[in-house]
Design a protein around this ligand. Sequence first.
Ligand SMILES: O=C(O)CCCC[C@@H]1SC[C@@H]2NC(=O)N[C@@H]21
Length: 187
Amino acid sequence: MKILDITLIALFVAFMGALGLVPPIMLSFTPVPITLQTLGVLLAGGVLGARRGAWSMIVFLLVVAAGIPLLSGGRGGIGVFVGPSAGYLLSYPLTAFCIGLLISRFHQLRLWNILLVNLTVGIFLIYLIGIPVQAFVMHIPLFKAIQLSLIYIPGDVLKASIASYLVFRLLKSPVIYRTLQKNAETL
Ligand SMILES: O=C(O)CCCC[C@@H]1SC[C@@H]2NC(=O)N[C@@H]21
């Protein structure tokens, strides 16, 4: 792993921490908050590429597990990995990886392609892992957990749109594209 890779991964962990400074929106009917940090997950793969994106999420989760309160609302520690949000958190590395992999496969970068990846694979994977774990931890039927999660969709669509636009604009720059994407596969 090169210095550039380690620097970018560290920067992204810091960025996730900065997004965590925005207070979560707590809901009365579910313990899983609305948080801006999902924007960071969607950006990680697109901006850093698959492997660095996944690594940035793994390092972020390890730092959180070590007790550093980087999650929105100043949360951290092992406890969050056995709570209702655990599945969502654990989905972050895989989600960043898959987004990065798919975006790096495009021959031509188009905003719609990136948006499609973020909306389908990105949001879908987070929910696919997060919702069953939430149902299991809360001892509620899967269908009930799916119903509870509908509230996140408008915000997540907005975050996917913002992430797609930012990734599109960043990768449109040849210099940034070469630095971020072409070096990514060497990891
Ligand atoms: O910080 C945590 O405890 C993890 C929160 C997970 C939040 C999930 S991710 C998908 C959905 N979108 C949100 O804004 N909140 C939920």
